[in-house]
Design a protein around this ligand. Structure first.
Ligand code: F6R
Length: 607
C-alpha cells in the first residue's frame, strides 16, 4: 500500500526520492508526491496516477534540495486526486503518512474549531495541522511532533520536515514499519527496506513509539518514553534487493521462473542435503505438545494454508482449522491451550493477519508465523517465525512466495509428523530425497508450458470462468482463480468440484469456460465425472492432469495441460505452475498491467 521515502543528503535528494518511490511502487499506489526543504520554505509537487506523472511535473517545475520527503498513496480516505496526494503540509511543516488515523473525525472537528483548515479529504492531513497548532503555541519542532503523536489513534509511520529546521527529517512509528538507512551521502528513511538498495548499505528498524531525528551525519532515536535509545544497524540483506526484471518482460514472469531456485533454497535451509533429513533445529521446539493447529492468513497465503491443511492432517494426524484473518479475529472461536497458531504472510504486515496474531497472543496461545520479510512487524511480534526464502517479490500477484510457503508448510508437516512419532527415519529420508528432485521437476514443467499462449488465448474474450478441484486441487483452483481475476480482471470463481451440482452448475453454458485441476489419485475419477457434466452442458474445458487423466477425458476437453507423474506430496507445488502461467498469459494478451494490477496493493496494511 502507501510508501514512504525520505532523504537528507550532501547531494540533491530529488532523484533519490523519485528512485525510492519507484522501488516502492510495487506495493500499489494511485498518486504520488514530494516536498523539499528550501531556503524559501517547503516546496511541494504532487500528481495523481503513475510516478511518470510526478516525474513529468518535476521536469516542468524542477525542485532540488538536500532534505525531502516523498510518498506513494493508495487511496483510503478520499479519491486518488492531486489534493489528496501526500505530502500534506502547512507553511511550517510537511508530513507523509502510512496507516490510518482512526480518531481523525474528532481531531478534524477540534482543529477546525480552532481555525485550522483542511484542504484534502484525507485522515492524514490532521497530522501536519496538529503539529502546526503545537508550533503556533510555541513548542519546538520535536515537542510539537511528540505532542501531536500522543493525540493520534490508529496506526502510523510518518516522515516529517519543518521549515524552521531545514537540515532534519523526523521519522516516527506506531504500527506501520519504517527503516532508516545509512548511505555514503547521508541518511534515508523508507517504509520498506527494498527502497534502500541503491542508497544505503546498513539499516535499522524503528520500533513502535520511536521518534528518529535524522541529519546528514547524525541520527538520534528516542523511544516511547522519550528516552534516547539505540536501534541496531544491520547490513542490507541481498533478499531485500529488487534485482530488476533480468530480461523477463514482467516481474511476475521472472518470479514464476525463480520458483525452482526458491524450492532449492528452502530445501537447503530446512533439510540436510547429505543425509536427506530435516534440520529439526530450524523448526519451533516442542511441537509434539500441540494437538491442534490453527492457520490464519489472507488471500494467496490463506490458500497455501488450505493446501497445507491436508498435509498436516495426513502426515502429522493433527486437526487443522484454516481461517481468513479478517473473519477469524472477530469470530471469537474458543481457543484451546494445546493449539498452535500459525500465521502465514509474505509481507508480515497484513493488517488483518497482524490483528489476528495480536488477538491470539492476548489469549495466551503460542503464535508462530511463516514470513518472507525478516524485518516485518509480524516477525517481531510472533513467539517465533519460519522463513520463506522467496527473496523480494515485486509482482503484486504472488507466485514464488506462494510456492515458498507451500514448501515450508510441507516440511513443517513432516517435522510435526516426526515429532509425534508418525514419521520414522526411513520415511523421512525417502520423503526428503524425493523433494530434492522437485526443483528439476519444476524447471521441466516451466519449459514444457512455454506454449501456454494458445490455451490462454481461448480465455481472453471470456467474462467469467469457473475453476474446479477436489482435495488439494480445490485450494489450487482457488489460487488459480485469484491469479486470473487479479491480473486479467476476468471474473473467476473457484468451487470444490463436488459442490458443482449443488448450485454452480446452473452457470454452465458455452460462455462459461471451466478450468479443472485433476491430478492423479483417488479423487481423479470423480473430478473427471464433473468434467463430463460441464462438457455435456456446453462448457469449454481446460483440464490440468496427467497423461492418464487427459486420455480418460479426451473427448470432452477443449484444451489439455499435461503434467508429469510425480509423488503425490509434490503435486500441489507442480500443479501451481500451469495456473500461474495461464493467468499470466491471459493478462499479457489482454494488455493489462501485469505487475501492478489496478486497485491492488502488495502489502495490505489497512483492514
Ligand atoms: C495475491 C496476493 C494476496 C496476498 C494477501 C496477503 O496474489 O498476493 O492475496 O496473499 O494480500 O498478503 P500477505 O501474504 O503479505 O499477508
Amino acid at each position: 500500500m502507501c510508501g514512504i521515502f525520505a532523504a537528507v543528503s550532501e547531494t540533491s535528494v530529488t532523484s533519490a526520492l523519485v528512485g525510492g518511490l519507484r522501488a516502492l511502487s510495487y506495493r500499489g499506489y494511485d498518486s504520488s508526491g514530494l516536498v523539499i526543504a528550501q531556503h524559501s520554505g517547503l516546496q511541494r509537487r504532487r500528481a495523481p496516477g503513475k510516478l511518470e506523472a510526478l516525474s513529468s511535473l518535476l521536469k516542468e517545475q524542477p525542485l532540488e534540495g538536500f532534505v525531502g520527503i516523498a510518498h506513494t498513496r493508495w487511496a483510503t480516505h478520499g479519491a486518488p486526486s492531486e489534493t489528496n496526494a501526500h505530502p500534506h503540509m502547512t507553511p511550517k511543516v510537511a508530513v507523509v503518512h502510512n496507516g490510518i488515523i482512526e480518531n481523525y473525525s474528532l481531531l478534524k472537528a477540534d482543529l477546525e474549531s480552532d481555525g485550522y483548515r483542511f484542504n484534502s479529504e484525507t485522515d492524514s492531513e490532521c497530522i501536519p495541522l496538529l503539529i502546526t497548532r503545537n508550533l503556533d503555541k510555541g513548542m519546538t519542532p520535536e515537542v510539537a511532533l511528540r505532542e501531536a503523536m500522543a493525540m493520534l489513534e490508529g496506526s502510523f509511520g510518518i516522515a516529517v520536515i519543518f521549515a524552521s529546521e531545514s537540515d532534519t527529517v523526523y521519522a516516527a512509528r506506531l504500527g506501520s514499519p519504517l527503516v532508516i538507512g545509512q548511505g555514503a551521502t547521508g541518511h534515508f528513511i523508507a517504509s520498506d527496506a527494498i527502497a534502500m538498495a541503491s542508497v544505503a548499505r546498513n539499516l535499522c528498524m524503528l520500533e513502535d513509539g520511536d521518534v528518529a531525528k535524522v541529519r546528514v551525519n547524525e541520527m538520534s532515536i528516542t523511544n516511547n518514553a522519550g528516552e534516547v535509545t539505540h536501534r541496531e544497524m544491520k547490513a542490507l540483506q541481498v533478499s531485500e534487493h529488487d534485482q530488476g526484471k533480468q530480461g523477463y518482460r514482467h516481474y511476475m514472469l521472472k518470479e514464476i521462473h525463480q520458483q525452482p531456485e526458491v524450492v532449492r533454497n528452502t530445501l537447503n535451509h530446512y533439510c540436510d542435503n547429505a543425509s536427506f533429513t530435516l534440520k529439526d533445529e530450524m523448526f519451533p521446539a516442542n511441537l509434539e505438545r500441540f494437538d491442534r493447529l490453527s492457520i490464519v492468513a489472507c488471500g494467496t497465503s490463506y490458500y497455501a494454508g488450505m493446501v497445507a491443511r491436508t498435509w498436516f492432517e495426513k502426515y502429522a494426524a493433527i486437526p487443522v482449522e484454516a481461517d481468513v484473518a479478517s473473519e477469524y479475529r472477530y469470530r471469537e472461536s474458543p481457543l484451546s491451550p494445546n493449539t498452535l497458531s500459525l500465521f502465514i504472510s509474505q509481507s508480515g504486515e497484513t493488517a488483518d493477519t497482524l490483528a489476528a496474531l495480536r488477538y491470539t497472543k492476548e489469549q495466551g496461545l503460542s503464535c508462530i508465523s511463516l514470513l518472507n520479510v525478516d524485518t516485518s512487524t509480524m516477525a517481531a511480534e510472533s513467539d517465533s517465525f519460519l522463513r520463506t526464502l522467496a527473496g523480494a517479490e515485486i509482482g503484486v500477484a504472488s507466485t514464488k512466495a506462494f510456492t515458498g510457503q507451500l514448501m515450508v508448510l510441507l516440511l513443517m508437516a513432516l517435522r510435526m509428523a516426526k515429532a509425534s512419532g508418525r514419521l520414522d527415519i526411513a520415511a523421512e529420508k525417502a520423503a526428503i530425497k524425493e523433494l530434492f528432485t522437485l526443483p528439476v521437476g519444476l524447471s521441466n514443467v516451466i519449459d514444457q508450458l512455454a506454449s501456454m499462449k494458445s490455451i490462454a488465448s481461448s480465455l481472453v474474450q471470456s467474462e467469467h470462468t469457473l475453476f474446479l478441484g477436489r482435495g488439494t486441487g480445490f485450494p489450487l483452483a482457488q489460487e488459480g482463480a485469484l491469479k486470473l481475476k487479479e491480473i486479467s480482471y476476468i471474473h473467476a470463481e473457484a468451487y470444490p468440484a463436488g459442490e458443482l451440482k449443488h448450485g454452480p452448475i446452473a452457470l454452465i453454458d458455452e460462455a462459461m469456460p471451466v478450468v479443472l485441476v485433476a491430478p492423479p489419485g483417488p479423487m481423479m475419477s470423480k473430478t473427471l465425472s464433473n468434467l463430463r457434466e460441464v462438457a455435456a452442458r456446453g462448457a469449454k474445458v481446460i483440464l490440468i492432469s496427467n497423461h492418464e487423466g487427459i486420455e480418460l477425458a479426451s473427448e470432452h476437453i477443449t484444451h489439455a495441460i499435461e503434467m508429469p507423474d510425480c509423488d503425490p506430496v509434490m503435486m500441489p507445488v507442480l500443479y501451481t505452475l500451469p495456473l500461474q502461467l495461464l493467468a499470466y498469459h491471459v493478462a499479457v494478451l489482454k494488455g493489462t498491467d501485469v505487475d501492478q494490477p489496478r486497485n491492488l496493493a502488495k502489502s495490505v496494511t489497512v483492514e
